[in-house]
Design a protein around this ligand. Structure first.
Ligand code: 0X9
Ligand code: ZN
Length: 305
């Protein structure tokens, strides 16, 4: 099978980032947005396929949670697809003519490395915590959105540990800083997770409805309908607190409150048969479905004045 239909080690992903930036110097730039607790670089690729000035942008991060291997695989696939199908696929061309992309393939490199070497089911980052031998913060509970309320835990030994304070972790702080400094251009925020096949909109940190709930709901409904029609797969959609559980401190809700009013979390395949251990033979299908949802949302947002 081809490169994009396999899972890759962290080292291979860093090589791929380098190679991609090097092979497409006028279309791709690698931006260092920060570094992890163990001092690994956090690179985002900026895709800008024409020189049109003042373009809006979409941010996509992958691999917040270490064991969700389909997530970094999607980010790699997405960059490859964008570069290969510009001027070939009509929708992708229209999107890339009007929008730049920032793609962070592995937001939690320390955790990702750990899932390849020590514990395949690791979720959090790898930062040591005061007063305990338990390691790691759940980066998706570490953002400043109703931080550490119901649905997160102050106990460092749990999988949903919120950290000692909001943005305590270098990984979440790096992403938050980048989004803060680019919020005028970044119109869409998307975080890729697995599993359970869901297209999630704010809020997850409260049961309150987001101000533009119906607009967001319409977008994820259309995306899920498209996936059902083209790929015969079912994606659940709606506000996080309604369709999964209260989970405060997430990047999507934080980005939304920052002013990025099109904010989403996707949970890719599957619905539980393999869970985090999705076989490589399913990568292609999972990525194509998520790509269709990205296209649906990007095209919808582009219609807005
Ligand atoms: O709980 C999470 O962080 C995500 N599910 S996962 O199984 N991949 O861990 C859902 C995130 C939804 N958004 C927020 N909770 N803000
Ligand atoms: Zn996750």
């Amino acid at each position: 099978s081809t490169f994009y239909y396999r899972y890759h080690t962290l080292e291979d992903i860093y090589d791929w980032i380098n190679r991609t930036a090097h092979d497409y110097p006028d279309k791709v730039k690698a931006i260092l947005v920060g570094s992890s607790y163990e001092k690994r670089p956090l690179y985002a690729l900026k895709l800008s396929l024409n020189n049109r000035p003042n373009k809006k942008a979409m941010w996509i991060d992958c691999g917040i949670h270490a064991r969700e291997w389909i997530s970094p695989a999607f980010c790699l696939f997405f960059v490859h697809y964008s570069l290969s199908f510009y001027n070939i696929n009509a929708e992708m061309t229209q999107i890339l003519d009007n929008m730049d992309f920032y793609v962070l393939p592995v937001m939690n490199p320390d955790g990702y490395k750990y899932t390849w070497t020590k514990n395949r089911m690791w979720r959090k980052n790898r930062s040591p915590q005061k007063g305990t031998s338990c390691i790691g913060v759940d980066l998706n509970r570490n953002f400043d959105a109703n931080w550490c309320t119901t649905g997160a835990s102050p106990d460092p030994c749990t999988e949903i540990y919120c950290g000692p304070f909001p943005e305590s972790e270098p990984e979440s702080q790096a992403v938050a800083n980048f989004l803060r400094s680019h919020k005028e251009s970044i119109q869409i925020y998307l975080s890729i997770h697995s599993y359970s096949q869901m297209l999630i909109i704010p809020y997850s940190c409260t049961e309150d409805e987001a101000e533009n709930h119906s607009e967001l709901y319409e977008m994820v409904k259309t995306a899920a309908d498209n996936i059902k029609r083209y790929y015969k797969n079912i994606y659940t959609y709606g506000a996080g607190a309604q369709i999964i559980y209260l989970a405060p401190g997430g990047s999507d809700d934080w980005a939304y409150n920052l002013g990025i009013k099109y904010s989403f979390t996707f949970e890719l395949q599957d619905r539980g048969k393999y869970g985090f251990l999705l076989p490589p033979s399913d990568i292609q299908g999972a990525c194509n479905e998520a790509l269709l949802a990205v296209k649906t949302i990007a095209l919808k947002v582009m219609e807005k004045p």
